[in-house]
Design a protein around this ligand. Structure first.
Ligand code: G16
Length: 545
């Protein structure tokens, strides 16, 4: 034991913490400019090892800053079933990250004591990384941390974030969820996809074609690996494949969602389906252009609606009495919520931003469909729901229609990466649903019409001055800000607006929607001015759009 602490002490000096640097485990782990992160990575290696010793399961550590610019990096910890690390351990992560060099051992020992960790237990940690130039050395720092505490490493190298979540879950379920290899991942998902699509009659080559923007990141690399498995049913035209452009620069899911325009490198052809991944391929959005050249975005809300409608129909056909709920955040377009509640009659609930919050809410239902508007989401099937579906598939006494629906449900379960939002798995599911239901991207888009909306960012000196409540829909501090927002919202029809501090970038996010784009833009701008004025804005006042 003493020898391990000695090793941590010696090795931590090779990954020194810049004095005074304070960081917080945010919406999805630590994020910042890569040059500030070496000590964080080493320490997250230590923490993952402790988490593994405590849970007696393999833990994952993913080195990525997802949608952030290429110069940034970050780290996300993955719990045994492939979910985000437990919130109580986020607090330890922050404590460990911020301990000055000479108090690191003290901080480590206090976590060991608080959690009653037996250091003689073995520990296993899976590590993965995205394609950022800084990721290789930062993931080596994670490895150093794990090894310092005597943990064993399996380094998957370049993988998408959801692939690493999948591997962790496969390993800890003793391969019940699948085999913990990339080959196993592609096999499982592609077989389910082919089962779902290969009997769909009369699909033309046009219908099988999909333009994929890989954001110049890991998603593009992994699409190339997947493509041979699904070629017969999906023709992927890959752009922003990383051969030239910069990661996330003028491309990727976040750019397309926020800018509401096509990424660089993708030329829109009328009616052609296109989609964009983000930098670590855990988000996806779709889009197309119509005959008038107008751009149409199909975001996480539209994806949730498509998938939940499909599942609800299958449940009716299969005569299975399972409850579906859709989990959203404050960013969900008001039209989507109204459609889901009033027309689809499904339960809708709203949580704070961050997949961990949506994931936990979705676990409460037989089938929980969760998507953030930014395209991050998946579907969770409870154990009981899964069992009912499998039993129905095997039931010899049911008619063909029920059997067919049960089979489709079984393959849908297999196609979905239930551990976390996964752009590759979501893409195949969306493609399968569109094919089975004979829908074009326009048909999908016309399920409901989005309220025009706008997202902006405001830089303030300390974004923590903004505190929110009611699933981030209302600001509690600074005083007067919510009253100002309420007064502004009243000026516009069908309007709504909120502000919240980002957990991944040093900005305050502003969201507004209204009955016209002009009104949504004006409202977003006016709310930005209120934030700038009341929450310590830095630099010039936000300009009108
Ligand atoms: C992460 C989280 C998402 C969240 C997004 C933006 O995404 O996983 O749940 O919506 O950050 O968060 P914020 O508004 O707090 O900056 P990603 O894809 O960047 O990992």
């Amino acid at each position: 034991m003493m020898a391990q602490f000695e090793e941590v002490s010696v090795n931590s000096k090779l990954h020194p913490k810049p004095e005074g640097l304070i960081m917080q485990y945010g919406t999805a782990g630590f994020r910042s400019n890569a040059k500030h992160l070496d000590h964080i990575m080493f320490r997250m290696g230590l923490l993952a090892t402790l988490r593994s010793k405590k849970t007696k399961f393999t833990i994952g550590v993913m080195v990525t800053a997802s949608h952030n610019p290429e110069e940034d990096n970050g780290v996300k910890l993955i719990d045994p079933m492939g979910e985000m690390v437990a919130v109580e351990w986020e607090i330890y992560a922050t404590q460990l990250a911020n301990a000055e060099q000479d108090s690191l051992l003290h901080e480590l020992k206090s976590i060991i004591e608080a959690e009653g960790i037996d250091l003689t237990e073995p520990a296993y940690v899976f590590v993965g990384r995205d394609t950022r130039p800084s990721s290789a050395s930062l993931s080596q720092a994670v490895v150093d941390g794990v090894c310092s505490l005597g943990g064993k490493i399996l380094d998957y190298g370049l993988v998408t974030t959801p692939q690493l979540h999948y591997m962790v879950c496969c390993c800890n379920t003793k391969s019940c969820y699948g085999s913990a290899t990339l080959e196993g991942y592609y096999q499982k998902l592609s077989q389910a996809f082919l089962q779902l699509t290969h009997n769909v009659p009369n699909r033309t080559d046009d219908q099988k074609r999909l333009v994929v923007d890989g954001a110049n990141g890991i998603g593009a690399l992994k699409m190339k690996e997947l493509e041979p498995f699904i070629r017969s049913e999906l023709q992927v035209l890959l752009s922003n494949d990383g051969s030239q452009g910069k990661l996330n620069h003028l491309c990727g899911a976040d750019y397309v969602k926020v800018q509401q325009k096509a990424p660089q490198g993708v030329t829109l052809v009328e009616g052609e389906r296109c989609c964009s991944f983000d930098g670590d391929a855990d988000r996806i959005v779709y889009y197309y252009t119509d005959s008038k050249g107008s751009f149409h975005l199909l975001d996480g809300d539209k994806i949730a609606t498509l998938i939940s409608t499909f599942l609800k129909e299958l449940l009716t056909q299969a005569e299975l009495n399972l409850q579906i709920a859709v989990v959203q955040t404050a960013y969900a377009n008001g039209s989507s919520t109204r459609y889901l509640e009033d027309i689809m009659k499904v339960v809708v609930c709203c949580t704070k931003t961050g997949v961990k919050h949506l994931h936990h809410a979705a676990q409460k239902y037989d089938i929980g469909v969760y998507f953030e508007a930014n395209g991050h989401g998946t579907v969770l099937f409870s154990k009981a729901a899964h069992k009912q579906i499998l039993e129905l598939v095997k039931d010899p006494n049911i008619n063909d229609e029920r059997k067919h629906a049960a089979k489709l449900l079984e393959n849908t379960v297999n196609l979905i990466n239930q551990t976390v939002g996964d752009a590759i798995s979501d893409m195949m599911l969306i493609e399968a649903v569109l094919a089975i239901r004979g829908m074009s991207v326009q048909d999908w888009d016309s399920i409901y019409t989005d309220l025009p909306n706008r997202q902006l960012k405001v830089t303030v000196s300390d974004r923590r001055v903004i505190d929110t409540t009611d699933a981030e829909r209302r600001a509690v501090t600074p005083g007067g800000l919510q009253d100002a927002i309420d007064a502004l919202v009243k000026k516009y029809k069908s309007a709504r607006a909120f502000v919240r501090p980002s957990g991944t970038e040093d900005v305050v996010r502003v969201y507004a929607e209204a009955d016209s784009q002009e009104s949504a833009d004006c409202l977003a701008h006016e709310v930005s001015l209120a934030v700038h004025h009341l929450a310590g804005g830095v630099g010039e006042k936000p300009k009108p759009l």
